[in-house]
Design a protein around this ligand. Sequence first.
Ligand code: FES
Ligand SMILES: [Fe+2]
Length: 322
Amino acid sequence: MARREIEHDVLPIPNGWFAVEWSRELHDGDVVPIHYFGEDLVLFRTRSGEARVLDAFCPHLGAHLGHGGRVMGDTLRCPFHAWQFDGASGDCVSIPYCEKIPPRAKLRSWDVQERNGMIFVWHHVEAKPPEWDFPVLEEIGHPDWSEARTVEHEFEAYVQDTHENNNDPVHFEYVHHMPTTPPGEITFSEDSTHYRIVNTSEQDTPIGPLELSLIRDSWGLGLTSVRSVGFPDAGLLMYSSTTPINEHRVCSRWLLTCTNNMVDYMGEEFMHKLVEGVKQDIPIWKNKVHRARPVLCAGDTYLGEFRQWARQFYSNPVGGEA
Ligand code: FES
Ligand SMILES: [Fe+2]
């Protein structure tokens, strides 16, 4: 067995809200096979415009509803024998050649939220209903803000490791060649599923010295936003969702927007920096092991706190105090 396999602490897939598609990619009547959380699923949009997610395989003879399934009103029709499943409940509501519907004719339906330009699914290892929510970000789609630019990448990583990056200021210096960030203030929401880190410093800018803040928010292990504030009447926002495809592969989606008055000179540069930044992280994530009990030093400011916080998103957390 390779050394990496022996040393690998296997992190299970966490619970939480995770994006499975961009809203703009799913039109009324579209049916798409998707594979996330190690599960085969079918994503579709009903004729009334609701995004729905069901387990993929028909309870009848097992056809995959994402391959040839058809949207009929608010239901999805199986391509094999035309049983119809309600998008919201997953119940079979029609069998064209039989009046009586067997009680077990049902598909698991997943909780879906559509906001901030993405379609989100609630994943819970024990199939518990959503335990927390996340906000609509006003900047996204606001007329004073630029049209969202988006990027998407699939790569080998644990979701938690990609999130841990945000709480690892030292790596910004060595991986991303950025100056060290000043110490930040961290605050947790009452239920502790959300936290915010604010770093504020005075910086020289083309319009003189300004007090600028970087505000980083996280909701669960998959969802983060980074806002730059302090420029008069202007701002930048990066929003991202990283979704487990299986235990050790993820799909990360990033969305960028800035106020219209900055887009011409900051928009392109911001996008370029983000894409380059992610490219720098990927080889580390891809080749590293996950240390459930890492050796930390006093300079690793937020990492211990982050590891403790992250435990709440697992039905069966691994490791202990960091
Ligand atoms: S397999 Fe789906 S209706 Fe028969
Ligand atoms: Fe990074």
